[in-house]
Design a protein around this ligand. Sequence first.
Ligand SMILES: Nc1ncnc2c1ncn2[C@@H]1O[C@H](COP(=O)(O)OP(=O)(O)OP(=O)(O)O)[C@@H](O)[C@H]1O
Length: 410
Amino acid sequence: MPTIAIYNPVCGDQTAKTFFEGHVLPLFANSPTPLSSIWSTERIGHAGELVLNELEKSTDALTVILGSGDGTLHEIINHLSSAELRGARIGASPSKIHLVLVPCGTANALYASLFPPTDADGSSVAYKLRSVMSYLGGVDSHLVPLTLAITTLSPPPTAKAPPKGKPIHCSPVASSVVVSTSLHASILRDSESLRATIPGIERFKVAAKQNSTKWYNSHVKLLPVASLGVVQLYDPDTSSFISHPDADKDEPWPVVDLHGPFAYFLSTVNVDRLEPAFRITPLAKAVPSGATCDLVIVRPFLDPTVSMDTPETREVFAGKLWATLQGAYQDGTHINLRYNAKGEVTTEETEYSSVVEYVRCGGWEWIPDDIDDDAHLVCLDGNITAIEKGGRAVCVAATPESNAGFVVYT
Ligand SMILES: Nc1ncnc2c1ncn2[C@@H]1O[C@H](COP(=O)(O)OP(=O)(O)OP(=O)(O)O)[C@@H](O)[C@H]1O
């Protein structure tokens, strides 16, 4: 089985090269599984090309030691899923890629979820080498398959037929961490422009402040978990998931409809956190068998004191949303918050709604109102794209066949 190393020299704080030369490559010098090649990415998209080239050389499973953040992995997954395999792979069965992750990016959401850091060890060399050591230990049982969130942005049903040869739908995009709209997508769009001045994760907080009073008008359909036939909703009273009470029970495939406006709408696969300390979907680890997404949704109209969308209401609600999201930094306590009669956010048990709707489902559709431009933004593992006016985003969780897809050494 060939093993290659790829690192992204510009991701995170730009120390991947130094870290590989100082700590990763020496471990392979006398290893029974030497590296067949070592690559530094030279441009956007290069990592995907490198993995594809290597795959086409033989039909063996490939191991990639990947020094990057989540974005480079996203590129690899999507380059491979859209590529037509040539060389030794022509007519071969689907390929399986073994990943050994070295966290060199800014947020490293997947790595931090697979290896939850403690305060003491999060930045240590030993912590960053845990996937490498698992691989070098040679124990295959430590391989975790990645679920992919496959998102398709569809144009309006009435859109004119495209010119001959052009696809009607945008190509599906596979995400391995997060798909979001609303506040998170706006933050990611604005934080990109701050990257040069604020290279660390502080830039996400600055962008969050810039977007804190926005609401997003959309209609959402939640799709059932395939293995259970239902959409699940977290119940803070029992600390467990229940069948979503708003599902249409007469339907064999009970979808749940949610109406906006939304302040927050974020869906993850594989991860319980987006940064080492930001546990936005804290229950994502205890996922049942089968492909599921965990969703965190905040809809202002669940607040008993919100009945109108006005600038003043948005301003007041921004404080509540901000306070709620801080719970993600406190080990995910936001999912237990409720409103009280005064509309205050509280940890007490009350008769009022949960602030966060925490959902586990098989997928979802997001159908933004035509006139709300910001509601058209979608974030796919940090990449921002926009839904066409009149269109929708459809996201479905998928797990690969046992002999294909991506597995990570943990
Ligand atoms: N040599 C290069 N020059 C410029 N960009 C590059 C180069 N090599 C890779 N890239 C791009 O760097 C981008 C950022 O990489 P990545 O997402 O892995 O790190 P990050 O954003 O710092 O971390 P995270 O995604 O965990 O927050 C990727 O989109 C990739 O296309």
